[in-house]
Ligand binder design. Structure first.
Ligand code: ADP
Ligand code: ZN
Length: 301
């Protein structure tokens, strides 16, 4: 059986895995994201130590990145605020060391692909995967193709109504202050309330505010992309009370206008957690590898 490698390259940690799918992960390693030399070196060493070679590797990376295969900077992390990681040619370094085809996309597009291949987006052609963690980021497919366009979507940086009287918190985004990520990422929750989200009780008023901001974001995505499903991952979504609050708030905001039973009647199956749990990202990277192997096997035109 052909084995593939996946790298979920996060700003906090890297997860590397070898396998063929959710029920067949042969090896998994996690390590903190430190310097590019150390962290990329650890990823390379992980694959070199495997008993069997992989046919291709996929990388789902934190960003912003250049995900355009025809660009000279394809697979590069570009303008990230993470110290030391600007202009790191991640895909090129992995490819040069391991000498296999390497597929590359954003972390959220990779997670979306994983959910499409094996999880909550099977059979759909237009959907989004949003992570609410250290940042807020969104990816997904439109018409069966992963979203790229100009560069790649930046769904976390949309503006949402901010009532300064009800919520005087200025937001954490270094570029926009009170964009969606600035108001509703994990670090925003922690800075606003003075405690990390995982220590806030489920009935803390902060969660109602969180659902309010996120619902504005989701309603915007419903109206602009017409997704057939919205998958919500990331650390903050471990607050299980958020999902029902969010579903209700999205219905209230849309106010019956988007005439689909998915929203009007079956919203529990419309706004959902990832079916692959915390593994969407690394499995998505394996799905990217699978694609890349198929693509490079095709005869040149
Ligand atoms: P990353 O975005 O770096 O990949 P996560 O998705 O785990 O990682 O997001 C980390 C953020 O999520 C942190 O800001 C953390 O405070 C927050 N977080 C993690 N677990 C929880 C939880 N159970 N409840 C609320 N917030 C959480
Ligand atoms: Zn922003």
């Amino acid at each position: 059986m052909t084995l593939y490698g996946g790298i979920e390259a996060g700003g906090t940690k890297f997860i590397c895995a070898v396998g063929t799918g959710p029920n067949d992960l042969r090896a998994v390693a996690r390590f903190p994201t430190t310097t590019p030399a150390e962290t990329i070196g650890q990823a390379i060493a992980f694959f070199q130590q495997q008993p069997e070679p992989v046919a291709a590797i996929g990388i789902g990376s934190f960003g912003p990145v250049d995900p355009d295969p025809s660009s000279a900077d394809y697979g590069t992390i570009t303008s990230t605020p993470k110290p030391g990681w600007q202009n790191v040619r991640l895909r090129e370094q992995i490819q040069a060391a391991l000498r296999v085809p390497v597929g590359f996309d954003t972390d959220v597009n990779a997670a979306a692909l994983g959910e499409h291949r094996w999880g909550a987006a099977r059979g759909l052609d237009t959907f989004i995967y949003l992570t609410v963690g250290t940042g807020i980021g969104g990816g997904g497919m439109v018409g069966g193709r992963l979203m790229h366009g100009l560069i790649h979507p930046e769904m976390g940086h949309i503006r949402v109504p901010h009532d300064w009287q009800a919520d005087p918190f200025a937001g954490t985004c270094p570029y926009h202050g009170d964009c969606l990520e600035g108001l509703a990422s994990g670090p925003a929750v922690e800075r606003r309330w003075g405690v990390p989200g995982d220590q806030m009780p489920p009935d803390h008023p902060g969660w109602q505010l969180q659902a309010h901001y996120m619902a504005h974001g989701l309603a915007t995505f419903v109206c602009t992309l017409s997704p057939q499903r919205i998958i919500l991952g990331g650390g903050v979504m471990q607050q299980e009370q958020l999902l029902p609050m969010l579903r209700k708030a999205v219905q209230t905001l849309l106010n019956g206008y988007v005439q689909s039973p998915a929203i009007l009647e079956q919203i529990d199956q419309y706004i959902v957690p990832p079916a692959l749990g915390g593994n969407s990202g690394v499995l998505g990277a394996i799905a990217l590898a699978e694609r890349e192997a198929r693509r490079t096997k095709r005869p040149a035109r």
